[in-house]
Write a protein that binds this ligand. Structure first.
Ligand code: NAD
Ligand code: IPM
Ligand code: MN
Length: 351
């Protein structure tokens, strides 16, 4: 039996987690899987229940799990809390040393016309953002906020850059063998070191091509010529911003999953988006970001490719029938969309 820590969180988090687990339940039945779910509170829900966004039981449960599923945290209710929900997620990433955040972006031929960008621009887009997740300005010290000034510090140690570069090059090796390293080396010291180490690591991967791109122009190329990218590797905050921007290529933040890996412990799988307070409680969120996070888990933590293929093919068929949620211009409710996916899974498995 494999143990999955379930962190539903806040806002649309519990809604999309419930739908994702229905899909996983169906996969368990169709493919005789043996996953046990262990729910824990995190974020705002944990502040309300336990007074802290990452309670000890939650962290301990995650540490001893085989994988972690997280939906989303945060919301206006906790804007003025002494410790915000976001601190819980950042502390979890840091505590488990989840330094490599993998954010794949692809465009299905069934939905390319749904992108706000021209179809001709987005068709064929297929790239991965490899975001460094435990360093940079998110975690650097000193950090200060007083009335007269505020300070954040961006720090990268060479070893932190080297390990994320190696991860990006290893992924590129399994794909089209091109890495685009995104930095701001015309201004920032951390980016100068980033670029130097990218060059060093490239020597270990002679079959992979390395390009450098400054982050400002990368933000432009991302939505004018997204098909040029294969693997984008970048530091924590640039990766955060560029991946949300990249969601306009397939057409919605509600489509994008991610995986976060450490060197040994359990991996964490979560949508790239947040708790979407503007649509919470209405059964209109797109559950695909959560469903695809689950298929990433099945593949990357458990090598269950057949079950993941079945779920993804079912999602494709549902979208091909024009069943889509509101974010993509459709009318399907979150729960209706999921029911349609589950039906397709049964059909595909010959049930
Ligand atoms: P958001 O990602 O929650 O929402 C941005 C926009 O995308 C909203 O219009 C929302 O309705 C839409 N959206 C997001 N997910 C969707 C889905 N599955 N289906 C349909 N539409 C979807 O960003 P925000 O509004 O800036 O942040 C809200 C809260 O979420 C904040 O507290 C923020 O800190 C937090 N947040 C958490 C995470 C996380 O849990 N990993 C990530 C980002 C933001
Ligand atoms: C994300 C989110 C988080 C981040 C926030 C909620 C701390 O935006 O997962 O992309 O900035 O990493
Ligand atoms: Mn983000």
């Amino acid at each position: 039996m494999k143990n999955i820590a379930i962190l539903a969180g806040d806002g649309i988090g519990p809604e999309i987690m419930a739908q994702g687990l229905k899909v996983l339940d169906k996969a368990q039945e169709l493919f005789q899987l043996d996953f046990a779910y262990h729910p824990y509170v995190i974020g705002g829900a944990a502040i309300d229940e336990k007074g802290t966004p990452l309670p000890e039981e939650t962290l301990a449960g995650c540490r001893t799990s085989d994988a972690i599923l997280l939906a989303a945290i945060g919301g206006p209710k906790w804007d003025d809390a002494p410790e915000r929900p976001e601190q819980g997620l950042l502390a979890l990433r840091k505590a488990l040393a989840l330094y490599a955040n993998i954010r794949p972006i692809t465009v299905s031929r069934h939905t390319a016309h749904l992108s706000p960008l021209k179809e001709a621009i987005v068709v064929g887009s297929d790239f991965v953002v490899v975001r460094e997740l435990t360093g940079g300005i998110y975690f650097g010290e000193p950090r200060e906020l007083i009335d007269s000034q505020a300070v954040d510090t961006c720090v990268y140690r060479a070893e932190e850059i080297r390990r994320i570069m190696r991860k990006a090059f290893s992924i590129a090796r399994t794909r089209r063998k091109k890495v685009t390293s995104v930095d701001k080396s015309n201004v920032l010291a951390t980016s100068k070191l980033w670029r130097r180490i990218a060059e060093e690591v490239a020597l270990e991967f002679p079959d992979v091509t390395l390009e450098h791109q400054l982050v400002d122009s990368a933000a432009m190329v991302l939505i004018t010529k997204p098909t040029v990218f294969d693997v984008i590797v970048t530091e924590n905050m640039f990766g955060d911003i560029l991946s949300d921007e990249a969601s306009v290529i397939p057409g919605s933040l509600g489509l994008l999953p991610s995986a976060s890996h450490s060197e040994d412990g359990p991996s964490l799988y979560e949508p790239i988006h947040g708790s979407a307070p503007d649509i919470a409680g209405q059964d209109i969120a797109n559950p695909l970001s959560m469903i695809y996070s689950i298929t990433m888990m099945l593949r990357q933590s458990f090598s269950l490719h057949e079950a993941a293929d079945c779920i993804e093919a079912a999602c494709d068929s549902v979208m091909a029938q024009g069943i889509i949620t509101k974010d993509l211009g459709g009318t399907a409710a979150t729960s209706q969309f999921t029911e349609a996916v589950i039906q397709q899974m049964t059909l595909k498995r010959g049930g």
